[in-house]
Design a protein around this ligand. Structure first.
Ligand SMILES: Nc1ncnc2c1ncn2[C@@H]1O[C@H](COP(=O)(O)OP(=O)(O)OP(=O)(O)O)[C@@H](O)[C@H]1O
Ligand SMILES: O=P(O)(O)OC[C@H]1O[C@H](OP(=O)(O)OP(=O)(O)O)[C@H](O)[C@@H]1O
Ligand SMILES: O=C(O)c1cccnc1
Length: 491
């Protein structure tokens, strides 16, 4: 059972950047709070120089939206904040407005486990400006991190080629919430289990573990250590064999494996944690097979990532289970997914007409996309064909032309009737939750099902193929006009 909301109580309303509150105050003071806005969360490049990204974190993001309430303690603290002149920054009337704040926003988002690409909307928040603003920072914090780790996990699992990957990262994760969120996201990305026991309980992830070097060091000898462990827990024996030398360790594991068998149990495996994992795993496999333990798996750990796992596979390593910690939960070598939350349209009130907005940049990829954004994924018999980002205010023609946002001369028309689906689904309407997040197992299955429908080139680690993502032509034209107007250029 998944109970993420326990993490987000009592109040996390102040878990936002200070400027969101100063802007909210100015909006309240000036009357701009009556306006409505539409913001889109998207990112600009796939992490790890990869060809795809796996969206994750929506369930926690939903929790933030549904629990956004300012407590009396929050408001009392805000009342202590002062400007440069020493006077209170926030008037009492604003704090009262925060006390009764209605988070009556519409939220649309891609389900967790959806494969996504740069420029595509992942989450769209539409409604009164104050709650839209306050949500920017926490939504980015949740979605950026979980998406980064889910993507890393998907890559590690692709390299492992279907072998189980155990996530071992908590001890080197970025803090407590980093550890919990990473374990969850790693499971969405494809890991089979976690060593993080609280994550296992909170999110319903299988919990698994072997034992540490300290267990061996606690005893006079390795064989005694394995035997005592086997006596205590005969149905859970994967022995870590490298404390004093991996080959001797495997021999000791085999001896205790025989004891286990005499007592009606199986040796589940041995874990290698240092040395040449390709060579050692081949030796371990041979020794286990020759001793009559063909079902005992060779586990391996030690600063693994997708590149090392792929290399070990290429070297013929006989590893059956992979333990991956640090590089998975910290998303090495990318410190963060660079997701951003940008304003696409504004209207004076709930019944007024939407006006498009654009932020101009010298870098084409950083110029924002105006509108209430949605993305439609087109598919053919061989798998997914292309994604088209469009504005829900204008919709998508039956046979849309997609324009490459980085090179507008590259265009492609999709034939009428091509099977397609919109990726963003309604999540909140007027602050009311209308989407039930699927169990985490279903999000994990979605990642696998989605990845299976992309060409292998998109999934390779070196110079991956760029999956075609374009702007619908009318949206592209509108964006160009807005940029030209903002620059005062002739049209
Ligand atoms: N055959 C291999 N091919 C590629 N990388 C490997 C191979 N074997 C191990 N590695 C990786 O090499 C890195 C360093 O391993 P190395 O053997 O230098 O350290 P170690 O075994 O931890 O050292 P120590 O024995 O001092 O603990 C780890 O990330 C490990 O996963
Ligand atoms: O290498 P990672 O991918 O981060 O995987 C987790 C690592 O954590 C443990 O080592 P640690 O030295 O902390 O404890 P130990 O004494 O049990 O080996 C384990 O043995 C792995 O090597
Ligand atoms: O169970 C394990 O083998 C484990 C757990 C955490 C870190 N490294 C290994």
């Amino acid at each position: 059972m998944s109970v993420p909301s326990q993490l987000y109580r009592p109040s996390l309303a102040l878990l936002t950047d200070y400027y969101e509150l100063t802007m909210a105050y100015a909006a309240w003071k000036s009357g701009a709070a009556a306006k409505q806005a539409s913001f889109t969360l998207s990112f600009r490049s796939n992490p790890f120089h990869g060809g795809f990204t796996v969206a994750a974190g929506l369930e926690h993001a939903m929790d933030l939206v549904s629990h956004l309430r300012f407590s009396d303690e929050d408001l009392a603290w805000l009342a202590t904040q002062a400007g440069a002149d020493g006077a209170p920054l926030f008037e009492a009337g604003f704090l009262d407005a925060l006390r009764t704040l209605e988070v009556d926003v519409d939220v649309d988002a891609v389900p967790e486990g959806t494969v996504v690409f740069p420029t595509e909307p992942l989450v769209r928040v539409t409604g009164p400006v104050i709650p839209c603003m306050l949500l920017e920072t926490p939504l980015l914090a949740v979605v950026n991190f979980q998406t980064l780790v889910a993507t890393k996990a998907a890559r590690v699992c692709l390299a492992a080629g279907g072998d189980p990957v155990l996530e071992f990262g908590l001890r080197r994760a970025q803090g407590i919430d980093g550890g919990l969120a990473a374990s969850r996201a790693a499971y969405v990305g494809g890991c089979a289990a976690t060593s993080n026991t609280l994550a296992a309980r909170l999110y319903g992830i299988p919990g698994k573990g072997t034992h540490a070097h300290s267990w061996v060091m606690l005893h006079a000898g390795e064989r005694e250590a394995f035997l005592e462990y086997a006596k205590a827990m005969p149905a859970n024996c994967v022995f870590l064999v490298d404390t004093y030398g991996s080959l001797d360790g495997i021999r000791n594991a085999v001896e205790v494996g025989r004891w286990l068998r005499e007592h009606g149990h199986d040796l589940l495996g041995v874990r290698l944690d240092s040395g040449d994992l390709a060579w050692l795993s081949i030796q371990a496999r041979r020794m286990l097979d020759e001793a009559g333990f063909p079902r005992a798996a060779v586990y391996a750990s030690n600063e693994l990532d997708e590149i090392i796992i792929q290399s070990l596979k290429d070297q013929g390593a006989r590893i059956g289970v992979w333990g991956v910690g640090t590089r998975l939960v910290t998303g090495q070598d990318d410190g963060a997914l660079g997701g951003v939350y940008k304003l696409g349209a504004v209207r004076a009130s709930a019944d007024a007409r939407w006006e498009h907005r654009v932020k101009v940049s010298e870098q084409a990829a950083k110029t924002t996309i105006p509108g209430l954004l949605q993305v439609r994924r087109f598919s053919g018999p061989q798998g997914f064909l292309a994604d088209v980002v469009y504005d829900e205010l204008t919709g998508l023609p039956a046979s849309p032309v997609m324009v490459d946002p980085l090179d507008p001369t590259r265009r492609r028309q999709l034939a009428e009737g091509t099977p397609a689906e919109d990726l963003l689904v309604p999540v909140f309407r007027g602050g009311r939750q209308v989407y039930r997040p699927p169990p985490l197992d279903a999000a994990r299955a979605r990642t696998q099902a989605q990845l299976a429908r992309f060409h292998a080139g998109v999934k390779r680690f070196v110079n991956p193929h760029q999956f075609p993502v374009g702007l619908e032509r009318e949206l592209h034209d509108l964006r160009t006009e807005l940029v030209l107007a903002a620059r005062g250029a002739p049209i």
